[in-house]
Write a protein that binds this ligand. Structure first.
Ligand SMILES: Nc1ncnc2c1ncn2[C@@H]1O[C@H](COP(=O)(O)OP(=O)(O)OP(=O)(O)O)[C@@H](O)[C@H]1O
Ligand SMILES: [Mg+2]
Length: 598
């Protein structure tokens, strides 16, 4: 046989149209090759990050082609390779067990009964327990194919009164018609090889695999011809193995070239994909720089964010961070991500006067008007007046205090009174903090939610403009607990605006929050969700599940998975690609970044 290496596809999370495309390619591969074996092999290797070793399972895919004159295969990016090496058979340890030259035991199961319908790519769910999956196939010459189908129909038709058999006969007739119309009839065998260091582990794995297969309606057995099966010597001559026939189109559900991979070159190691390969994420390689992390409380959002920041810093020393941290979670561990923690307290003068930010061009008139309206509950009909006043006086008054004092509308002046009294006035008074390098602002000691919102908004705008827009190279702006702003859509809009501007300046915008369902309700929040090239979806409750499903066009199964996702796991969507992920901290990182005190 001539061997080729095939490339897997992140199938589980493709859209229906994309899946059809992949399954057509699988069908075309089988039709074109005519006789051969498609092989998936699991390989467990160590993957080290820092001083910690993770055990990782990889899957390699091969195609063995019977026709030795075939030098190229235009499917699944096939490249010719040396025959894949396997341990030889040293002997038999019982009629159903092989003893291999690497000291391990192996057992080959062969599927002998299939249900009339199978879910696509069901074999992928066996990957955790098997060593190899092989589809051995051979297309039959037409005359032989036609007579085979005919005699099978005859044989089965003798049995009457059984609905099941009637269905089978019907299926055979249809198969016959397809063969008549030009489809190849294919004789195929599905083999599953289990391998373990000891007999007990082998038996247990066999049980698990059989149970899983049974769940799909597939029966499999390990017949006493293990050596032959192990060497794929079965097509056509083995009387003791029941043959199965199909045309290439009907073999689509047996598709197993599933590989969930995200290996951005130079990316940050974040965890492992569903098929066990390390996930390396480079946000700067995506169509835009927005990264949203969504999940219920305790699902592992902040852990993922902290790991990303810490590991990004390890790769890119000169990256600049600005973080808004309403719960002062990051300020506690800021040194691990290489940022200076700044705790903000009530009564502290911050020098964050929105009118001065307007004069610096960090905010525009409608943004200042939005912030003031939101925080001081200015009704819609007075917002026009406020904007007009800002337009007229924005560049002549010294700041909010003078602005409010000169307002002509008494109602508006009354509403904004809060701005010129403590605690708010302290936010505006004084000089803004001198910022350099990376900073995380902790807001935990601010008791009033209103003040938290006011300060977060102003400090984000200020820090964003002073640090990030000017910093050359890479930078990240992040907000955690962003649900805090959900009831104030214009503030969400302000963040959305930063996100949009970030692209131009190379600033990654990271938005971490629970309650996706609230976010979709405002157009500003929706825009953030829809326009993020990278999204990490972690565990969801039913409302969040539905919101995520709709926005990210998840399949029913994916959406359900989100409601069950264990801590630290979820779906990572980046650009057009989607994989399942388990975010993987090392024991040390887990220890420093855990929030169990909360
Ligand atoms: N990838 C992970 N692997 C193992 N444990 C994790 C992982 N992620 C989080 N945890 C554990 O779960 C706890 C909660 O995680 P985290 O603080 O990230 O949740 P969260 O989604 O940010 O919740 P909240 O919305 O309440 O802030 C952590 O303190 C940690 O102990
Ligand atoms: Mg958190």
């Amino acid at each position: 046989m001539r061997w080729f290496r095939l490339e897997g596809v992140s199938f589980a999370i493709l859209s229906d149209v994309e899946r059809d495309y992949v399954l057509k390619e699988w069908e075309a591969l089988i039709s074109a090759v005519k006789s051969g074996v498609i092989l998936a092999r699991r390989r467990v290797e160590g993957f080290s990050y820092g001083s910690h070793d993770f055990l990782v399972g990889f899957t390699d895919f091969y195609l063995g082609v019977g026709d030795r004159s075939r030098t190229s295969v235009p499917y699944f990016s096939a490249v010719e390779v040396e025959p894949p090496q396997r341990p030889g058979v040293r002997g038999l340890a019982g009629v159903r067990t092989l003893y291999l030259s690497d000291g391990s035991y192996a057992r080959v199961l062969i599927a002998y009964r299939y249900p009339s319908a199978l879910p696509e790519s069901f074999l992928y769910s066996l990957f955790g327990d098997v060593w190899e999956i092989a589809l051995v196939f051979k297309s039959l010459p037409r005359p032989r194919a036609l007579s085979l189908v005919e005699s099978a129909v005859k044989r089965k038709s003798v049995i009457t009164g059984s609905v099941e058999v009637a269905h089978e006969v019907e299926a055979l007739r249809e198969l016959g018609e397809r063969v008549l119309r030009g489809s190849d009839l294919i004789e195929f065998y599905l083999l599953v090889v289990i391998k373990a260091p000891g007999l007990r582990a082998l038996n247990e794995a066999e049980e698990r695999v059989k149970t899983m297969l049974k769940g799909f309606g597939v029966e499999a057995e390990a017949p006493p011809i293990q050596r032959e099966l192990y060497e794929f010597r079965l097509c056509g001559f083995l009387a003791c193995v029941e043959r199965a026939y199909a045309d290439a189109a009907s073999l689509k559900p047996l598709f197993f070239l599933v590989d969930e991979e995200m290996h951005d070159v130079g990316g940050v190691f974040l965890g492992f994909s569903g098929s066990g390969s390390p996930v390396m994420l480079d946000l700067w390689s995506k169509p835009n720089l927005n990264f949203v992390i969504l999940g219920v409380t305790g699902s592992g959002k902040s852990m993922s964010a902290k790991l990303y920041l810490k590991r990004l810093r390890e790769r890119v020393r000169e990256v600049t961070y600005v973080g808004v941290d309403p719960e002062s979670e990051y300020t506690k561990v800021a040194k691990h991500v290489g940022a200076a923690p700044v705790e903000i307290s009530e009564g502290q003068e911050l020098g964050l006067d929105p009118i001065r930010l307007l004069q610096l061009n960090y905010l525009d008139i409608s943004q200042v008007s939005d912030v003031l309206s939101e925080v001081y509950a200015v009704p819609r009909k007075l917002q026009g007046v406020l904007r007009k006043e800002l337009f007229v006086k924005g560049d002549v008054v010294s700041g909010v205090e003078e602005f409010v004092a000169t307002l002509r509308d008494p109602v508006l002046r009354k509403l904004l009174e809060g701005a010129v009294a403590p605690p708010d006035v302290n936010v505006f008074r004084g000089v803004p903090p001198k910022l350099s390098g990376s900073v995380v602002f902790g807001l935990r000691s601010l008791r009033s939610k209103r003040l938290k919102i006011l300060i977060s908004t102003l400090i984000s705008t200020y820090a964003y403009n002073t640090l990030l827009v000017k910093s050359r190279g890479r930078s990240v702006f992040f907000v955690d607990e962003a649900w805090l702003f959900m009831e104030t859509p214009s503030i969400v809009g302000l963040f959305e605006n930063l996100a949009r501007r970030g692209r131009k300046h190379g600033v990654v915008f990271m938005y971490v929050t629970q309650r996706a369902e609230d976010l979709v309700r405002s157009p500003q929040g929706r825009a953030i969700l829809e326009q993020s090239a990278t999204v990490l979806l972690m565990r969801q409750e039913p409302e969040g599940r539905d919101a995520c499903k709709k926005i990210y066009k998840l399949s029913e199964a994916e959406a359900d998975y989100l409601t069950r996702a264990p801590v630290g796991s979820g779906i990572l969507k980046a650009g057009r690609k989607r994989i399942t992920i388990q975010v993987a901290p090392t024991p040390e990182e887990l220890e420093v970044f855990s929030t169990s005190t909360r």
